[in-house]
Design a protein around this ligand. Structure first.
Ligand code: F6R
Length: 616
């Protein structure tokens, strides 16, 4: 949430910062702002709305300085106004600050600062922190400390409760910048005669592939040529310089209309990348390099707990189905946000997993920390290399699907389903899954990208259906077994990007309440794959039809529905059970996408949402 970027270098800062803000906009898009240090003063431009608005404003008065910072906001404290937008300037004009996170004790800080004569123009916690830094900066005037701004930021942060990723600059120290993090991601990009700090890699890759992932509790002092990391307690930190493996093109839309569309159609390649090099030589099981847990230890696991949020939780629920089905080990799935406070009992010999595309979701991180505090080993499935989840977990599996920019998760989701299915295979093969079943399973997983390609061929047909259903106000998504979580996911996708009220239910559970919603005005999307319970699913469809409900049926190739039962039919390829949820996800992603486009919604930036939820 909130995108932040700071630049100290030799080129004009504003164009680079605006470009970076566009790449970071998916993190929050209520308002944006930029501050450039030039001619001995800060030039600050802030605007509600998108980066495009800010660009127009900036064009009115050229910004030529080579040091500056920019911010794209997802509001927490204070409404969406120009005044509440970042950067914030201290009331003495000395310090400028951008911030991602929440300063919880800003009320008491503000009371103190008011007694010292500082004034406030916004309702934000950030402006309070900015003035607290200015207060310490003023006190540091005669300090012998090497850098006054660094010392002031450090002192202010020692009083700050809550979370932050911040970038600060002083008007007196051109070419110097201070950044720090606790609970909100920050990355340094090391360029040639320039250094960058940003909340994620997408804002940096246009300039450099060399990055340093800052850790919680670290503070960095940057100049165009140098950087020095210390802890808040002034301990020196030796940086680890990493190389980003993806390029600018990965973070660009290309010929697609939206990132979501691009990411839906990228899924065959994303799946290939997620499985590459992860099957055993004998072709009967999966291999994972970074689990940091021996096969023997894995063998001793008697129960799994999976925690995540939103779409990632749906991926966990499918993984639960696969592990229980193929490895015969009980699995529990939990909302990370509930787990952290519920103090639920965990069994001995439980292995704890979290899934998080961004690796920064605060609730998921809190669940990870809670499980570790209780002495459990925690493994993570995550997409973002160097993310906090990746660093704090005892081991894990990277998704390797490149940056996911669309706020609605698509390719990250199907790759989580793939990894979940591979985990089930890995554990199953340590137990009762035979060699030949393992070989069949591996063959099926390897075929997933092609099956997804075939499912994507339905796009024009699904787009035509979307046109007919875009004006409904309510919709149900119904599925059974491994497709129940896909029904939940379909409902989530539709509601988050098209604002249509949608609910996901196990198909047979529908008659225990939701059936009351059924009328000609509330269509249902049914998953009806071939299999033992197809007839039961058909019965549920008949119950809906008997009540004038319209039905969009997603069936596999061999299924023949009674004539007239479904109003619309989408056919996906027949496939192995382990792959079915991946393939079945495609039509609901496309349906939601095309409905949202038809309704004129801002697909990549749905209202009130932001990618990577780093506040509670
Ligand atoms: C929905 C969506 C969210 C995320 C959730 C967890 O399309 O993207 O529900 O899945 O906020 O995010 P990560 O996976 O980054 O922890």
């Amino acid at each position: 949430m909130c995108g932040i970027i700071g630049y100290v270098g030799k080129q004009k800062a504003a164009p680079f910062i605006l470009e970076g803000l566009k790449r970071l906009e998916y993190r929050g898009y209520d308002s944006t702002g930029v501050a450039i240090l030039q001619n001995g003063a800060f030039s600050i431009v802030k605007k509600i709305g998108r980066v495009a608005n800010l660009e127009k404003e900036v064009a009115k008065a050229p910004l030529n300085g080579t040091f500056g910072m920019g911010h794209t906001r997802w509001a927490t404290h204070g409404g969406v106004t120009d005044a509440n937008a970042h950067p914030h300037l201290s009331s003495d004009g000395k310090i400028v600050l951008i911030h991602n996170g929440v300063i919880e004790n800003y009320g008491s800080m503000k009371k103190f600062l008011l007694t010292k004569g500082y004034t406030f123009e916004s309702e934000t916690d950030t402006e309070v922190l900015c003035n607290l830094i200015a207060y310490h900066y003023a006190k540091e005037a005669d300090s012998a400390e090497e850098n006054r701004c660094l010392a002031a930021v450090r002192k202010a942060l020692l009083h700050a409760e809550g979370t932050y990723g911040i970038v600060a600059m002083s008007v007196d120290l051109p070419g110097e910048m201070v950044a720090a993090r606790k609970g909100s991601p920050l990355i340094l990009g090391l360029g040639d005669g320039e250094n960058i700090v940003a909340s994620d890699v997408s804002a940096i890759v246009a300039r450099t592939q060399s990055v340093v992932y800052l850790k919680d509790g670290e503070i960095v002092h940057l100049t165009p040529k140098e950087f020095r990391i210390t802890t808040l307690d002034q301990e020196s930190v030796a940086p680890f310089v990493d190389q980003v493996t993806w390029s600018v093109a990965d973070a660009e839309m290309g010929t697609y209309a939206h990132f979501m569309e691009k990411e839906i159609f990228e899924q065959p390649i994303a799946l290939e990348n997620a499985m590459r090099g992860r099957f055993s030589e004998d072709g009967s099981t999966a291999n994972f390099g970074g689990l940091n847990i021996s096969a023997g230890e894995f063998r001793g696991i008697e129960r799994f707990t999976f925690c995540a949020c939103g779409t990632a939780l749906h991926a966990c629920m499918v993984t639960e189905h696969m592990i229980e089905r193929f490895a015969r080990i009980p699995v529990e799935c939990d909302y990370a946000s509930e787990f952290r406070y519920r103090n639920s009992p965990l069994f001995r010999n439980t292995l704890f997993f979290v899934m998080s595309q961004s690796g920064e979701t605060i609730d998921t991180l809190a669940a990870l920390r809670e499980a570790k505090r209780k002495g459990y080993k925690v493994l993570a499935v995550t997409n973002v290399v160097g993310s906090t989840v990746a660093r704090e977990a005892d081991g894990g599996i990277y998704q390797h699907v490149g940056p996911e920019i669309g706020v609605a998760s698509t390719k990250a989701f199907t790759s989580q389903l793939l990894i979940g299915a591979m985990l089930a295979l890995y554990i199953g093969r340590m137990r009762d899954l035979s060699f030949s079943d393992g070989v069949d399973y591996v063959r099926a997983l390897k075929g997933a990208p092609d099956l997804v390609r075939r499912a994507l061929e339905q796009a024009p047909h699904i787009q035509a259906i979307a046109r007919r259903y875009a004006r409904y106000a309510d919709m149900l998504f119904l599925g059974r077994l491994s497709l129940f979580p896909i029904a939940l996911e379909g409902a989530l996708k539709l509601k988050e990007i098209s604002y249509i009220h949608a609910e996901g239910y196990p198909a047979a559970e529908m008659k225990h309440g939701p059936i009351a919603l059924i009328s000609a005005d509330c269509p249902s999307v049914f998953f009806a794959p071939s299999g033992e319970i197809l007839n039961k699913i058909i019965s549920s469809m008949q119950e809906i039809k008997a009540r004038q409900g319209r039905i969009i049926a997603i069936i596999t190739e061999r299924v023949e529905l009674p004539a007239g039962l479904a109003d619309e039919i989408i056919v996906i390829p027949e496939c192995h059970e382990a792959v079915l949820p991946i393939v079945a996800s495609i039509p609901v992603q496309l349906l939601s996408y095309y409905i949202a486009v038809e309704r004129g919604c801002d697909v990549d930036k749905p209202r009130n949402l932001a990618k990577s939820v780093t506040v509670e």
